[in-house]
Design a protein around this ligand. Structure first.
Ligand code: ADP
Ligand code: MG
Length: 354
């Protein structure tokens, strides 16, 4: 895509800003009646349903800080950029409704490249039924910058903050952990191999789940619906963008509590276990500190345990304690070790702090 000049590619400079915006946004569907006015005027108009609260979150993604186009296809990047924002809305127990998308592109990008990015954004909008209602388009002298803002709604009594947990509440995680980080390691390794031998054909088949976790993460809106159906109102919640360790510490700090997590209960996919063996990594360390899984971590009152017991989407990994007890991992050998928020710091200096 960024190789020698290809005559079949359209330079962005040949289009102009407004036709570009029109072209990129024309095919988007509008799913919500609350979206009164989307793209095309000076601002969008959104109705807030009576008694609901608006929930707003934003994320900024910068090329070579947050993503590497050497192994991140633009379509996946567009999809993931939307998903990471929707995940933040899920973590508040809110329903995603609208997004705005702002991009800065350098002239090294072609129209076809930006179209790919928007194809990913559109795929996410259709998958999650969210309306693209605006954005901004500008040029950049270096890389690609994407900023997405997501807007959702929630009944004020259903909103879940980080600080609502009580001592003895159960700590629950959705899905499994560590996959996205290992997917990045696999892609990073293939990139190095490719640099040495551009004709090499990577065999990613043993790592399909991991690569998908890295390149096509999903926001757990399904969990928001499930909790509603089960009649469970989490007492505190956060999404796992940095790693289980650091997110647990966020919940304990905000709730002024301690916590214990049991190593043997941390959910791991078989591919995470086998790839950790191959890479000579400790799977618990990866689950605790690898980021970008976008699962949800929440606390529930013990009375709600029977409602989610045996449900494959949820794993109880520990419980909250008094603040003085600190935050600990109980290992398989029954050793108690303090949890620290190492996140990306420890794992890879080249990876982002967000
Ligand atoms: P203004 O000059 O008032 O900032 P723009 O010309 O930037 O307006 O935008 C015109 C319309 O197109 C607005 O509705 C804006 O929200 C929308 N828009 C601009 N860039 C994008 C983009 N990259 N993606 C989606 N919508 C966009
Ligand atoms: Mg503008």
């Amino acid at each position: 895509m960024f190789g020698p000049k290809d005559e079949s590619r359209t330079p962005l400079s040949s289009i102009g800003e407004f036709p570009l915006i029109e072209h990129l946004t024309a095919a988007f569907n509008m799913y919500h009646k609350e979206t009164v006015l989307g793209v095309g005027d000076d601002a969008a108009l959104i109705k807030t349903p009576l008694g609901q609260q608006q929930v707003i979150t934003t994320d900024l993604l910068i090329e070579n800080i947050h993503f590497d186009l050497a192994y991140m296809p633009l379509k996946h990047l567009g999809y993931k950029a939307v998903v990471v924002n929707l995940s933040d809305l899920c973590a508040m127990n809110a329903q995603p409704k609208q997004i705005t998308v702002s991009i800065a592109v350098s002239n090294r990008f072609t129209l076809e490249a930006v179209e790919e990015l928007y194809a990913g954004i559109a795929t996410a909008c259709n998958a999650y039924k969210v309306d693209l209602v605006g954005g901004d388009t500008t040029s950049s002298t270096t890389g690609l910058i994407i900023s997405i803002t997501a807007i959702g709604t929630a009944n004020p009594s259903k909103i879940v903050r980080r600080g609502g947990a009580k001592a003895n509440d159960l700590l629950v995680v959705t899905g499994d952990l560590g996959g996205a980080y290992l997917g990045l390691q696999v892609l990073e390794r293939e990139k190095q191999v490719f640099k040495v031998n551009p004709n090499s054909q990577p065999d990613l088949s043993p790592y399909t789940y991991l690569v998908e976790r890295q390149l096509k993460p999903e926001a757990r809106v399904d969990v928001i619906d499930m909790l509603k159906d089960l009649g469970i109102q989490p007492t505190a919640m956060i999404d796992i963008s940095d790693g289980l360790s650091s997110e647990t510490i966020h919940l304990t700090k905000a709730s002024r509590l301690g916590a214990v997590i049991y190593e043997e209960h941390i959910p791991l996919d078989p591919q995470v276990i086998s790839t950790c063996e191959e890479f000579n990594m400790d799977s618990t360390t990866i689950a605790l500190n690898g980021g970008e899984d976008y699962e949800l971590l929440f606390t529930i009152n013990q009375k709600d345990y029977p409602a989610l017991k045996g449900n494959p989407n949820f794993t109880v990994i520990g419980h909250m304690t008094n603040e003085q007890e600190g935050v600990h991992l109980i290992t398989r050998a029954q050793t108690k070790i303090p949890l620290i928020a190492r996140g990306w710091d420890l794992l890879a200096a080249q990876n982002p702090q967000d």
